[in-house]
Design a protein around this ligand. Sequence first.
Ligand SMILES: [Zn+2]
Length: 301
Amino acid sequence: MNIPLVYHASYSQLALPATHRFPTSKYQLLQQYLLNHNLTTPADFHSPDKIDIELIKQVHQPQYVNDFISNKLEYKVMRRIGFPWSEALLNRTLHAVNGTTLCAELAIKHGVSLHLSGGYHHAHYDYGSGFCIFNDLMIAANNMINMGKATKVLIIDCDVHQGDGTATLSSHLENIISCSFHCAKNFPSRKPHSDHDIEFDKGTNDDDFIKTLQQVVPYLIQIYQPDLILYDAGVDIHSDDDLGYLNISTGGILSRDKFIFSQAKQAEIPIAAVIGGGYSRNEDELTQRHSQLFIAANSIW
Ligand SMILES: [Zn+2]
């Protein structure tokens, strides 16, 4: 089937200092790569509008939301986020956050949808960190539940970094289940409890990683019976990632994504995936790592 994808040009429209670690260009490069390699067609792309600010305020502290939008956050708060404030950052953020909500809606309609951004899992109730401002996963889950499109959402976070913002934002909620697979010795140093945290040692390889997924994911689906899965497919688990300490190959990423998709499809649960983190100065390598998600989805559906 033609898998619906979500993308907006603003994702790569952010001028940063040359030394900045955030790979701004990867979103546009990934979109081009998918088209050039016939992994999608122009007609499969859906473009999100800016999110309704009230939807962000259902998840985040209204004061924090207002202060970010009007550039009134203190310097130290912006420094923790890791970006200088700009109109482009605001524009990008409001589109990207809504992109995950749009992706969830498309997944519910078609069974699967993929977002060429998203995974802002370090965003907490009243502050952001690690390049994350508003938690798109929690906003999408909250929105789907409020609209009656889902009753129980399982967030499977396979980015190398723990989903600490998702953990704190979902801790009091019974209908949003957070599960984070991550490297024990990676950012963030303080890791609040998700509903399920699965920690990997530094240097964990493909086999051990996949074996763990095989043990945990079917169990989670069985006990929670979610009617929507949000999947953070961060590729910073790769052995050559600049910010991750695991030892996963590009083939290992493909196996991971295929396994997660096959589980969702088998259980007939809609799955919306976001590309999450991935850091490398080598843009071709990084694009190829992120493309595995799309290859995996095309092989399952
Ligand atoms: Zn990450």
